[in-house]
Structure formats: C-alpha cells, structure tokens
Design a protein around this ligand. Structure first.
Ligand code: MRU
Length: 379
C-alpha cells in the first residue's frame, strides 16, 4: 500500500526479499505509528527472532516471512550433499515454526516451500526453487487479499459503522490485508463509512496499526477502548463487524483470532449484528478437529502489566531532534502478576460468514469445499 511519510509517498509491502543480500525486508511494526522504518534480517535465526519479537506480526505477514526465512536458510547451505542439506532445512523449518505457535500460515507457507523444493535434484536447484516458492506464496497472499476485497465490498453500504478488532490490515499480510480488504475496495467504489478500531490490549494493534493504516488511506475512523464495543452495539452504533483470523479450522469452522474476538462475537449475536471473518486460504487448518487443540500462545506478563508508547527525543544527545524512542510504562500494581493468552477461539454458530478469496462461505461450508479451496491454495 502507499505510505506517506512527511511529503513523500511510496508503495511498500510489509514483507519482501532482497536476493542479492539474502535478506528479508520487514517494516518494523513495533515503532508504528510513531516511526516508519524498514529493517533487514540477514539470517534465518534473525528472521525467526523478528517473528517472535513481533517486528513483523499478523498471520499472512509471518507466513510470508517464514517462507522467505526458509529460503534464506536454504540458500546459505554450502555443499552438494542432499541428505545434509535436508537436515539443515529441517533445522531452519523448526526454528521458524517455533517462533509463534497459533497462526497456521507459517506452517502452511513453509510446507508449500518444502513441497516445491523437493522436486529439485540438486542442492542448488532446491535453493532456487525455495526462493521461487516463497515469492509465489507472497504474491498469492496479495492476490487472495484483493479477492477478499472484491467479495467483501458488497457487504458495506454507505453510512455504515464497522467494527474491527486487532490488525488484520495490510501490515498483517504482504499487502492489502483481509479485514481491511473490503474497506479498501468499498472506498475505491466511492462508498462512505466509518470504522471503529478496537484498541486491542495488551499490544494495542488496533490503536496503533489499524488506526495508522486507515489514517494513511484517508478512511474515517476512531479508536475505541476494547470495553466500549458492547455499549456502542447496544446503542445501535455498529452495523457490521469484520475481523481476521490466525487459524480457521476447515473441519469445524472455528476461528482462532486475537484475544477478545470471541467476546465481540458473543456481543454481536446478542445485538443481531453481522459478524464476518476474512481469511486467505493459507489461514485454513485442515487437520485439527477441535478448537480446543489450537495452540494458544501465552505471551509475557509485561504486556498486560504495562504498555508501550513513544516519547519524542527523550535523550538530549540524540542526533535527530525529531526522532522518537519507544518506552514501556508499568501500569498495574507492582506486586501483581498477569495471565496473557494471545488468542481465543470463536465457535462457528457466532459467525455470519467467512470471506475467502473464493467467495463468502458459512463456517460449516469450508469442509464441503475443501478440495476446491485446497487446490486453489496451491495455485
Ligand atoms: O499477535 P498478532 O498481532 O500477530 O496477532 C495476529 C493478528 O493480527 C490478529 O489476530 C488478526 O486479527 C489476524 S491476523 C491477520
């Protein structure tokens, strides 16, 4: 998407690869919205750390990062021994997979890269195929998001007030986003609407990332405290809800997404508000048969006990007077600990529809359409 910093507007992807330097290029999302910066990770362990530390986050974005990371790791192998190469690739795969457990996109993306690679007869052929497959995953991610926009835009009518949770925008994918794709498509059709961004504590992806994205695109929006959504629904101030997903179970239609999604879905049902989930095909898990089996990431207590923000140039010695520094402030009682599950699972009966690149389906229609969806996922 276009990013305007100062007077300069440039097009960016959230994740890209610089083959000449074997580097993954990532937008440093922890600095947004206060500073826009692209960083490079130069080996697969650094790439895995960038996923773990949430320099890059969001299901599709970490999927593409893991795919590039796998290619990056494969490309540094020296030698011609296929057995040794395969063992090396397995280490790279496991390192990237362990970085964040809930989203299934990294696993689906890396499985696809490995599948494509396996047809190469030599190490060097496999290295070339790995990068081509990673590039293809990233390209497909963009196309899937654009298709979600086409299918989702008709849900949006002039004057609507739409709630979204966390950030399932272009920063959470390679470009365009999922929950935001219908918004961007509707905007391009000239529709006028307003978006409420759930703040999304503890890491505030709604207040920081979604709000920044919508401001960049000139879409009318306001940030609300997570706890305000029920009140607005009760007063008739929300017409439609669109969220993303980190793992959607193809067998059951259950949706794992950022913590707090389930709460919003329960409220939506109570107030008869349509609740949609937007996903690319790489977010579907065809294996698990219960939402209870989704690995829910437990993150550090400090995220709940305090908050990150930015202050302008707190150190007088900083060379650039316009620079900002990221600071953490403790909010909670110093003697208290916290629980911090990062995701929750919403059952299918609370979901009006799943907006996929192949059209809008009921959650229980995914399994029936698995052949078509899985086939499309592989291109
Ligand atoms: O912890 P994050 O920021 O990586 O969480 C992922 C998300 O952004 C959300 O859960 C989102 O709604 C789905 S991912 C596109």
């Amino acid at each position: 998407m276009n990013v305007t910093v100062g007077r300069r507007t440039r097009r960016y992807r959230t994740v890209a690869f610089e083959a000449s330097e074997n580097a993954v290029l990532l937008i440093e999302q922890r600095l947004l919205p206060h500073q826009f910066k692209v960083i490079a990770t130069r080996d697969f362990r650094e790439t895995a750390r960038a996923i773990q530390d949430m320099i890059v986050r969001g299901a599709g974005a970490i999927g593409a990062t893991a795919a590039y990371g796998l290619a990056q790791g494969a490309r540094v192998f020296h030698g011609t021994d296929i057995e040794r190469f395969s063992r090396h690739v397995e280490t790279v795969y496991q390192t990237l997979k362990a970085a964040r457990p809930t989203a299934v996109d990294p696993v689906n993306a890396m499985n696809e890269v490995r599948r494509v690679m396996s047809s190469g007869e030599t190490v060097s052929k496999r290295q070339t195929l790995a990068l081509a497959a990673a590039e293809r995953f990233a390209g497909d991610d963009v196309q899937h998001c654009e298709a979600i926009g086409r299918h989702g835009a008709p849900l949006i009518r002039d004057g609507m007030r739409i709630l979204t949770h966390c950030n399932a925008g272009w920063l959470a994918f390679v470009d365009v986003g999922t929950a935001t794709a219908p918004l961007y498509a509707a905007q391009a059709q000239g529709k006028k609407f307003h978006v409420f961004c759930d703040e999304t504590r503890p890491r505030s992806q709604g207040a920081t990332l979604t709000a920044w994205e919508l401001a960049q695109q000139g879409i009318s929006h306001e940030v609300i405290a997570d706890n305000a959504a029920g009140h607005l629904m009760q007063r008739g101030e929300i017409d439609l809800i669109i969220v993303g997903s980190d793992r959607t179970l193809g067998r059951t239609g259950e949706v794992a997404n950022k913590i707090g999604t389930y709460t919003k879905a329960v409220l939506a049902e109570r107030h008869n508000i349509p609740f949609y989930v937007a996903i690319p095909l790489s977010t579907i898990d065809w294996e698990l048969s219960s939402g209870r089996d989704v690995p829910i990431e437990e993150r550090d207590q400090s995220e709940v006990l305090g908050a990150w923000g930015a202050v302008r140039n707190p150190k007088p010695e900083t060379r650039n007077p316009k620079s900002t520094s990221r600071v953490y402030v403790r909010v909670a009682n110093p003697a208290s600990g916290a629980r911090n599950p990062g995701f929750d699972v919403t059952p299918p009966e609370l979901i009006t529809g799943i907006i996929t690149p192949e059209g809008i389906l009921k959650p229980n229609e995914l399994w029936r359409n698995r052949r078509r969806l899985d086939c499309r996922a592989r291109g």
